[in-house]
Design a protein around this ligand. Structure first.
Ligand SMILES: [Zn+2]
Ligand SMILES: [Zn+2]
Length: 257
């Protein structure tokens, strides 16, 4: 019996524990769920709820007038806005609390998942520190809400259809539930940023704390260089005009801790 219970723990067959909370760290029923949400006492993963605000979503309005204005926010700007947000949060959390194994941001639209940021630290102690500290903070004008999350395997938490759509770059595989799917739809960062944040970590982590500070500073200026280069390639003509504006916009939209 005990073996059977262990084998179904957190699955759909488990009538006591909520499989959504167990796998995805968030369930649409929230506190009113009829099954138990087992909040972990220790975990490597921190969930920061509703942290990322996609400007595409906030531009949507009930009367449909957003349809006329969406063309002004291009895919490229959205990606850049997201990359900036991701990089800022990643670097600040890693500097303050410790090495991050992976960080993921939900692109879902349902209230319990929209803009959720999952940060998996290498060490449980760092996750604990982060939760305690983050709950006293504000981000982009709103209080931050962070908790330890049971999610450690993001493959299990992700929507298969959505993942296949991303890897095939094909519209045919779109998840039929689109943004209101209850599995994670993770918003991808650009390849350049992925390489930058995850690619150099071995080298970086072997450095001492004091040296890593100056290393980070170099890394930051390299990152600025990367952004400048990509901008100049794509928008050479309006570069000088847009750089100052980008910086201001970014501070406004992305916000800061
Ligand atoms: Zn539930
Ligand atoms: Zn889906």
């Amino acid at each position: 019996m005990a073996e059977y219970l262990a084998s179904i723990f957190g699955t759909e067959k488990d009538k006591v524990n909520c499989s959504f909370y167990f796998k995805i760290g968030a369930c649409r029923h929230g506190d009113r769920c009829s099954r138990i949400h087992n909040k972990p006492t220790f975990s490597q993963t921190v969930l920061i709820q509703n942290l990322y605000h996609n400007p595409q979503n906030s531009a949507q309005s009930a009367d449909g007038s957003h349809l006329l204005t969406t063309t002004t926010v291009g895919e490229e700007e959205i990606q850049e806005h997201f990359d900036n947000f991701f990089e800022d949060v990643f670097i600040e959390l890693e500097d303050k609390y410790g090495e991050i194994e992976e960080m993921n941001v939900c692109d879902n639209l349902g209230d319990h998942l929209v803009g959720n940021v999952y940060v998996k630290f290498r060490r449980e102690e760092d996750a604990e520190k982060a939760v305690a500290d983050l709950n006293n903070r504000w981000f982009a004008g709103r209080p931050v809400y962070a908790e330890l999350s049971p999610v450690t395997d993001f493959r299990e938490a992700c929507c298969r259809q959505y993942e296949m759509g991303l890897s095939n770059m094909s519209q045919n595989w779109e998840c039929t539930r689109s943004g209101f799917c209850n599995f994670m739809h993770l918003k991808p960062i650009s390849r350049e940023l992925r390489r930058e944040l995850y690619g150099r970590r071995r080298k970086r982590m072997s450095r001492s704390r004091s040296r890593s500070r100056s290393y980070d500073r170099n890394r930051r200026s390299r990152s600025r260089e990367r952004k400048r280069r990509s901008r100049s390639r794509e928008r050479r003509d309006r570069r000088s005009r847009s750089r100052e504006k980008d910086r201001k916009d970014r501070e406004e939209r992305v916000g800061r801790f």
